[in-house]
Design a protein. Structure first.
Ligand code: FES
Ligand code: FES
Lengths: 752, 155
């Protein structure tokens, strides 16, 4: 997903002093608020002592591990702490976890850089990015404790072992617990050290199933999320935004709103210039009040006349027709291997199909919110954000603040992210309002705000064509896509680059077929677009894996066998997009075979039932799924079972991997069943979960199996990999059950 | 007017049409009850009113008046979790966790009405949305909670 804007300085992690890099234990959310120095508290369990930036140890032997990347349900609070704990040498049961505040500093080159480690959550990179550094951080903390013991006992650190929270000197039979050593360790300085890391055979925590660390806090209703945070003196703001894409306010009557008790002010927020990068998304009026309820009532009382903007003619139907029109012409060739046209002329059999993807919304269950406190020299931000550095940058931008280090960011737990909170537009709103009223402000979005003002998953029409020779070899393949890319309104990005967010040319069957052409048509739309979990992989997996089944059906060939013979054996192919640099088709074949075996693919199904298969390589991870469906005479669809096989190399927390697989399956299913953003007159017409009908338990598969491949490949993430194969496996199963091919998403009432 | 929240009776003299959800979250600072849709469609705001699972975002204060309200914060008895909470931890249901307080409050009520629900009964009675798609574990946790309650775990 969005690349962080800074590079990690390796030195910053490896040569810190324990004091300067201390992990600060923060207070619980509701009362939290002002920057960290005020928030340091001594807990009843005893004063914690930090051992480096990621670890603090209390005298009662409990250990607090800070995790750098925001937690949004993907399980990094637990998995990242496991990396640290493994090397630190503590019982994971004793570990508590804490979200780290954003750490930035000025690097040697004078540019802003990460203080410790990159801190974004996106692109399934939290595990891959932290695999080494967080284990090193754990090892360094252990070295500090060992060094403390060595000094106390006046022996060499080499003679000491650290395990299970205890440092031992075997020769003299002395031992001391981490809790006992913590205070001393706080004074130890280590120079430039490169710790040895534990080898895989000796892992005791990594690779074992661990339950989520915050489970108890969640089931008891402890405040954890941005929406739960408050700071003293905070005002509440609710914003009436222009519902029309790029529209503006023509006139406003604020009098009724201002007359409501508790309403303090009404503040205009300007939309960004047309075509300029988004800071806030839309023009609007913020009603600022003493209470949330007063702000909500105030917004209801505003009378605003909107200008409908440049896209007032856009509808879902007009956009689809626009994409169909584009596909009739010639597009931008973004990859061209061999000679596709000649291959098609020479082909024995050719195939063609078009597929449609609607706009969809992220709809995290926690609506957007942010607290920003703008003061004379500092700004403090508390927000659920996947990209805390983006929050810092966007606020620096809208408030024209040069010193980015004067802006502190405290990310909270997120009530879902799915890519929506890579954008910090809601933080920018809160900053503008706080500055304007001169008080800390919490902006709260409602559900209709969130559905109308999302950065939607791009919509588009895909056309696929393939040719096979008389021997049955795949000889030509093309994918033509007309879509509105999420790469737009970006600085220094010409339209000829927009395809890069929409097509990943090294995806299957890139490098597996000699004559391969990929063509892009940049469609125009006013709907804001952004990164939606597994971005373009969802669309590309759906079209490619559906098309393969269509080809197999027409050729009278088994769909699994067709895939396996195109993929072939284990080997390394170049993969230049995110998740590369290598794609191993043998590993994809491996998960296909495993899912097929475990899911009984190819067995005869009862009347009205079907079993479908699909696979995809997503950001370095290989997943295949077998989906069983039953379709009744009225077209009622039920998913009976999903069996998945997962190869993401080294697994950190198998329990978390399964959870993400299950969640990805349900996300894919929910989206395929009924989800589409509807556009009419240049605005989104969905308002709430009645017209954006997220799946409930009744439609969720009662059986999900997750089979994890064990191997020695380096770790990939799992936040997104479970999702892309689901929709095509589902569509393929529906075809087996009914003979009806789903080419347009969502499925809606197409089976009725 | 008077309402009773988690056993404590309090006076309220604000708007009678304000949703109970905002009273709980903003006035009483009980943040466990969540806001998801504000329209009775997702269940994130589920609390018990006189023992019945109710969506507090569409329950005005005038309707809450004189009732007994219980929120997620009062479900455990001290350190002793309610069997539904316990089952949620055992099955490790939560992902982002945002929907789960509402899910748990809905399931506590469900198990009081139907102590051992079948999958069909769960499907028909549980309409809370989980955007993270934790339904597979959630279903297992409902069965587990039924078991725990059955064995007198919470007696
Ligand atoms: S917030 Fe009350 S039902 Fe969604
Ligand atoms: S756990 Fe995230 S919405 Fe249910």
């Amino acid at each position: 997903m969005n690349a962080p804007d800074m590079k990690l300085s390796r030195r910053s992690l490896l040569s810190y002093s324990a004091i300067a890099g201390a992990l600060v234990i923060t207070t619980p959310l509701v009362s939290c608020g002002r920057p960290q120095e005020e928030a340091v508290v001594s807990k009843p369990k005893g004063e914690p002592v930090s051992a480096g930036p990621f670890v603090a140890i209390r005298p009662d032997e409990s250990v607090v591990i800070g995790f750098p990347n925001p937690e949004m349900g993907q399980g990094v609070d637990t998995a990242l702490a496991m990396l640290v704990a493994e090397e630190l040498g503590v019982d994971f049961e004793r570990v508590e976890v804490q979200q780290m505040p954003l750490g930035l500093m000025i690097g040697d080159d004078g540019n802003i850089t990460w203080k410790n480690l990159p801190q974004g959550s996106g692109g399934s990179t939290s595990i891959t990015g932290n695999w080494e550094p967080l284990r090193q951080a754990g090892a360094l903390a252990r070295m500090l404790l060992v060094e403390a013991a060595a000094r106390q006992w006046e022996v060499s650190a080499d003679e000491l072992t650290a395990e299970n929270g205890v440092v031992t000197h075997a020769a003299s039979q002395r031992s001391a617990s981490f809790g006992e050593l913590a205070k001393l360790a706080g004074d130890v300085e280590l120079g430039d050290v490169e710790p040895d890391l534990i080898s895989k055979e000796n892992f005791r925590i990594i690779g074992t199933p661990q339950k989520m660390k915050n489970a108890r806090a969640i089931v008891t209703g402890t405040p954890l999320y941005g929406i739960d945070a408050e700071i003293p003196g905070m005002l509440h703001a609710v914003v009436a935004r222009c519902p029309y894409f790029d529209g503006t306010a023509r006139s406003v009557d604020e009098s009724a709103a201002r007359a409501i008790g508790g309403v303090r002010d009404v503040i205009k927020i300007d939309r960004p210039d047309l075509g300029a990068p988004y800071d806030v998304q839309a023009e609007g009026y913020a009603v600022v009040a003493d209470s949330l309820w007063a702000a909500i009532k105030g917004r209801d009382a505003l009378k605003i006349q909107w200008d409908t903007g440049a896209f007032s003619g856009e509808s879902s139907a007009s956009f689809k027709a626009h994409c169909e029109d584009l596909l009739k012409g010639k597009g931008q060739i973004v990859r061209n291997d061999g000679d596709f046209d000649t291959a098609m002329d020479a082909a024995d059999k050719t195939y063609e199909a078009n597929y449609w993807q609607p706009y969809v919304s992220h709809a995290p269950l926690e609506p957007q919110n942010a607290i920003v406190d703008v003061r004379a020299d500092t700004v403090h931000i508390i927000a659920p954000t996947q990209m805390p550095s983006g929050a810092n940058r966007i606020v620096a931008g809208v408030l024209e603040i040069e010193d980015r280090l004067s802006i502190s960011v405290e990310p909270t737990r997120l009530g879902g992210g799915f890519g929506r909170r890579l954008s910090n537009d809601y933080v920018a709103e809160a900053a503008l309002i706080s500055k304007s009223v001169g008080a800390p402000v919490k902006v709260q979005w409602t559900r209709d705000d969130d559905l109308r003002h999302d950065f939607f998953r791009p919509s588009g029409m895909h056309q696929l064509r393939a040719g096979f020779d008389a021997e049955g070899n795949l000889t030509g393949w093309t994918q033509r896509l007309a879509s509105a890319s999420k790469y737009y309104r970006r600085p220094n990005m010409p339209e000829t680059e927009y395809w890069k967010a929409e097509l990943y040319p090294d995806n299957f069957p890139g490098n597996l077929v000699d004559n391969y052409r990929v063509e892009y048509f940049s469609a125009k739309s006013g709907a804001p677009r952004g990164s939606w979990r597994a971005p373009a992989h969802t669309a590309n997996a759906f079209v490619v894996e559906s098309f393969l089944d269509e080809i197999a059906e027409l050729r009278g060939e088994d769909p699994l066998a067709l895939r396996l013979r195109i993929l072939g054996e284990d080997r390394e192919l170049p993969y230049e997009q995110h998740g590369g640099p290598i794609f191993n088709p043998g590993r994809l074949a491996g998960v296909l075979k495993l899912a097929a075996e475990k899911g009984g693919y190819g067995e005869k199904m009862p009347e009205g039932q079907g079993r479908g298969i699909a696979c995809h390589f997503t950001f370095g991870g290989y997943v295949a799924q077998v989906v069983d469906v039953a379709v009744d005479e009225q077209g009622g669809l039920r998913v009976l079972k999903v069996v998945g096989a997962i190869d993401i190399g080294q697994v950190v927390n198998p329990n978390g991997v399964e959870a993400q697989h299950e969640g990805g399956i349900n996300d894919g299913l929910s989206t395929a069943l009924r989800l589409a953003i509807d556009i009419e007159g240049g605005r989104v017409t969905n308002e709430n979960f009645d017209s954006y009908d997220l799946m409930k338990i009744a439609d969720a598969p009662p059986i999900i199996e997750s089979h994890i491949v064990q191997n020695d490949y380096p770790p990939a993430g799992m936040g997104e990999m479970g999702l892309p194969p689901l929709a095509p496996a589902l569509a393929n199963a529906i075809f087996q059950a009914t003979g009806k091919r789903i080419r347009d998403l969502p499925i809606g009432d197409q089976l009725a | 007017m008077q309402i009773t929240v988690n056993g404590e009776t309090v006076e309220y003299d604000g708007d009678a049409d304000m949703p109970l959800l905002w009273y709980l979250r903003e006035d009483a600072k009980l943040k466990g009850t969540k806001f998801g849709c504000g329209a009775g469609l997702c269940g994130a705001c589920t609390v018990h009113i006189d023992g019945k699972a109710t969506r507090s975002c569409v329950t005005p204060m005038s309707v809450a008046e004189g009732t007994e309200i219980k929120t997620i914060e009062a479900l455990a008895e001290g350190d002793k979790l309610h069997p539904v909470q316990q089952a949620w931890i055992e099955e490790d249901v939560a992902q982002c966790g945002y929907c789960q307080a509402g899910q748990i409050m809905a399931v506590v009520d469900l198990l009081e009405r139907i102590p051992n629900p079948t999958d069909e009964e769960i499907d028909a009675n549980l309409t809370n949305i989980c955007r993270c798609g934790t339904y597979y574990r959630l279903r297992k946790a409902v069965h587990r909670a039924a078991e725990l309650s059955d064995t007198g775990w919470f007696s």
